[in-house]
Design a protein around this ligand. Sequence first.
Ligand SMILES: NC(=O)C1=CN([C@@H]2O[C@H](COP(=O)(O)OP(=O)(O)OC[C@H]3O[C@@H](n4cnc5c(N)ncnc54)[C@H](O)[C@@H]3O)[C@@H](O)[C@H]2O)[C@@H](O)CC1
Ligand SMILES: Nc1ncnc2c1ncn2[C@@H]1O[C@H](COP(=O)(O)OP(=O)(O)O)[C@@H](O)[C@H]1O
Ligand SMILES: [K+]
Length: 479
Amino acid sequence: MLTAYTADQIRAAEQALMARLPDGTLMERAAAGLAACCAAMLGRVYGARVVLLVGSGDNGGDALYAGVRLARRGAQVEAVLAGSKVHEAGLAALRQAGGRVRGIEAVDRADLVVDGLVGIGVTGALREPYAKAVARANQGPGLVVAVDVPSGVDASTGRVPGAAIQAHVTVTMGACKTGLLIDPGAGYTGRLELVDIGLGAYLPDPDVAALTDGDVADLLPEPGAESDKYRRGVVGVAAGSEEYTGAAVLAVGGALHAGAGMVRYVGTAAPVAQVRSHWPEAVITELREPSLDGVGRVQAWVLGPGLGTGDFAHELARRVLASDVPVLVDADALTLVSRDPTLLRRSAPVLITPHAGELARLMRVPRERVEASRLEHARRAAADLGVTVLLKGSTTLVAEQDRPVRVNRTGTPALATGGTGDVLAGVAGALLAQGLSCYDAGSCGAYLHGLAGRLAADGAPLVTADVAAAIPAAIRSLS
Ligand SMILES: NC(=O)C1=CN([C@@H]2O[C@H](COP(=O)(O)OP(=O)(O)OC[C@H]3O[C@@H](n4cnc5c(N)ncnc54)[C@H](O)[C@@H]3O)[C@@H](O)[C@H]2O)[C@@H](O)CC1
Ligand SMILES: Nc1ncnc2c1ncn2[C@@H]1O[C@H](COP(=O)(O)OP(=O)(O)O)[C@@H](O)[C@H]1O
Ligand SMILES: [K+]
């Protein structure tokens, strides 16, 4: 599990650790790790041109001391002092090692730019002259390594209120910061390198966490010798309508490939015909009335992809949500719920799977606000609605009250194509039916969906049906 923390959590841990160590020890450790990463990026240190962007806080101090180490190995190190003050001891050490102070134009000929403008101490949008320095560094020819956090990214939230460094690599100190995992901040981070400075024992419960292959392998249920199709978990899918048949096919496909013992599909004539021809494995009930009488028992429901939003869909949603099993609420069912919040009054678990627009509608805020502060809105929706929230998008988040938000790191922009959300609903629904909690089903579902998207795309555009078909390969790739 990769865990991440807010700036306040990191600062408190640093203070506790620092109180037990001689002055400057942590910065020495940080600088040593940073210099090693810079050397690895450069390949050859001797003769390389390294430009340090130095702000007025300790983030600039880290950059200066890393510069000292690189200068001692023969790099030509130049420091651009952007702040009203500077870490004086660090600057003196750099000068002594042969480093020079230069103007911002130095970045135009740098092999490597070390961004030490601001770290966890940033507040709000970058001010001048930092913002101009950032713009110039981003356009320069050199590789860019961010110290701790790309300057301009809010370490606690991932918000980027103004200019920000576009890093190739971010070398973060002690522990990962939340803002490095969540868009828009995650998009500025590049490859993430963690330098251990000994904070481990002082860290609190994480703010957010990201699953790894091993975590997902451990969480996925394995059928035992005693399993049968009912014990493995039956998932019900209420999806599709006379207008939208494809969503039903894709959701059932996702569920079938994610290990459900059986899929029961309910829908009207047109989607039933499509589901029947694509998936002979599914057990199908054709609905003439919005009723679940005679459908048979399921362990979880997937509700909503392509369902429509008329009276028939509303009544079917009401009946599904009146059941006593977990329900995944997606797509059109989210529209129904935003119109009629009483649908969510139930005691069994609910996992909602909105994209930013759908969450905005549920929370009655503008979509842009959700996109700019994804973490805050996912968390608030989970608390206000009393459900588990899987917020889809470039970084998919799973939020549940009193748990660290899970961030999915397997996603790929190749998934930004019609119908992939329907597949995700089926996959996560199948995991719910197999007994995973909403929190685990949502986060493992997003993880496998992301891996399957990568496998299906393999460097080219993908066809949505291939994402469902690649789920078994994604599961195999975990071990
Ligand atoms: N405290 C410690 O022991 C350690 C700190 N470390 C480094 O120290 C950093 C934190 O240092 P600081 O607390 O000094 O904070 P920072 O260096 O991150 O930033 C503080 C400075 O940035 C300025 N600033 C804040 N917002 C700004 C904005 N929007 N535009 C322009 N300037 C802005 C402030 O005026 C202040 O001078 C970490 O990110 C990390 O790089 C590491 O060396 C590990 C050990
Ligand atoms: N830029 C992106 N990077 C990674 N994943 C993305 C990106 N854009 C969309 N996705 C993923 O693609 C899927 C799209 O789902 P959704 O928005 O419901 O679309 P649809 O209704 O067409 O299925 C979600 O799993 C989402 O997380
Ligand atoms: K920085």
